[in-house]
Design a protein around this ligand. Structure first.
Ligand SMILES: [Zn+2]
Length: 344
């Protein structure tokens, strides 16, 4: 069924009303899954129609051309001339407050699309500390607590989101969804399905670029616009994010954490579902076998596994191994469970 714009608007108002704090089981240490509404970072995000103090009032209908015009063009790095002045001021204030890392050059891509730092720079150590180059910081959430499967799906919403959220609802679990802002603009109905499934809304940038190759102002825009579109359409300002490709270094961390107060989540297991079907001869069965080897392995540390809702093949991998997780006694929670019980 294709929803009309007006029906979408009424669905949204219901969804916002049900976007309540997560169940206790996903929030064992009373960690807030979203930014405090009165925090400085929450004040960086203002919705169309919100100035009168009535959330969502007078805003354009979701999915309409007027609504899409609130956001930068999709699937590319937002033009920094569109960046709200308050965000730019927050970046300047964060730099002035100290801690901005010097000596972290931008990466560039070679002809094969591999991103690398300039010759002579060691990205595996300070001051760069690049996650794809094996460097973890104490502030990164990498491992899950013992026995916990920290469930999250990247790259949504997509056409496969409907299948995934139906499965999640049927099994009464909750996942974090690390979402691409452009995809929310393209598929607002699927975004609302994520909210309706009890999903935890998390950031995966506006257009899924390699952050390490972007300027500070572009990283600001990539993260900021993703937070903006999530907030506009849920009333919730995200507190968690996962960098696309895990492309994270100290410069990226500084902007995510010191400007937007985000909790950075990487991963300690990879389902490799992102490679199905076109890369490295990866198949659903190979990903299933890979994940099963983790499920049947040690529960210490727990699993913070990279999974996607890119397409139905990715969703099938999760649905196929779900019974194994349950039968093997894994405690299935969303990413909020990582906080407060971190084990690096
Ligand atoms: Zn991704």
């Amino acid at each position: 069924m294709k929803l009309t714009a007006s029906l979408l608007a009424s669905v949204l108002s219901i969804m916002v009303a049900t976007a309540a704090p997560l169940e206790g089981r996903d929030n064992p240490h009373n960690v807030e899954p979203y930014q405090d509404k009165h925090s400085d970072v929450a004040k960086l995000f203002v919705r169309a129609g919100e100035k009168a103090g009535k959330p969502l009032a007078n805003g354009p209908t979701i999915g309409s051309a007027e609504w899409k015009a609130l956001y930068p063009p999709v699937e590319k790095v937002p033009d920094v001339s569109l960046t709200p002045k308050s965000w730019t001021a927050a970046l300047a204030a964060a730099k002035k407050a100290g801690g901005y890392p010097s000596g972290v050059p931008l990466t560039t891509a070679d002809a094969s699309g591999n991103y690398a730092y300039p010759a002579g720079v060691n990205p595996s150590v300070e001051p760069v500390c690049s996650f794809p180059n094996g460097c973890n910081k104490a502030s990164d959430f990498y491992n899950a607590p013992d026995g916990v499967l920290a469930l999250s799906f990247d790259d949504g919403p997509t056409a496969a989101t409907t299948n995934l959220t139906n499965f999640i609802k049927k099994n009464q679990i909750s996942a974090s969804h690390n979402m691409i802002g452009s995809h929310i603009v393209e598929l607002p109905t699927q975004f609302q399905q994520i909210i309706a499934s009890g999903g935890h809304l998390s950031v995966h940038t506006w257009s899924h670029m390699h952050n390490s190759a972007l300027t500070d102002e572009q990283i600001l825009a990539e993260i900021g616009w993703c937070m903006q579109v999530i907030y506009d359409n849920s009333g919730l300002v995200p507190k968690f994010w996962r960098p696309p490709y895990g492309d994270l270094d100290n410069r990226v961390r500084f902007i995510a954490e010191n400007v937007f107060n985000l909790i950075t989540v990487t991963w300690n297991r990879d389902s490799r579902d992102w490679a199905i079907p076109s890369l490295f001869d990866q198949t659903v069965q190979k990903s299933v076998d890979e994940v099963r080897s983790y499920v049947n392995g040690s529960k210490s540390p727990g699993m913070n596994i990279l999974e996607h809702e890119l397409n139905n093949a990715c969703v099938t991998v999760f649905e196929t191994v779900y019974t194994d997780y349950v039968n093997d006694g894994w405690d299935i929670r969303n990413l909020v469970s990582l906080v407060g019980r971190r084990r690096l």
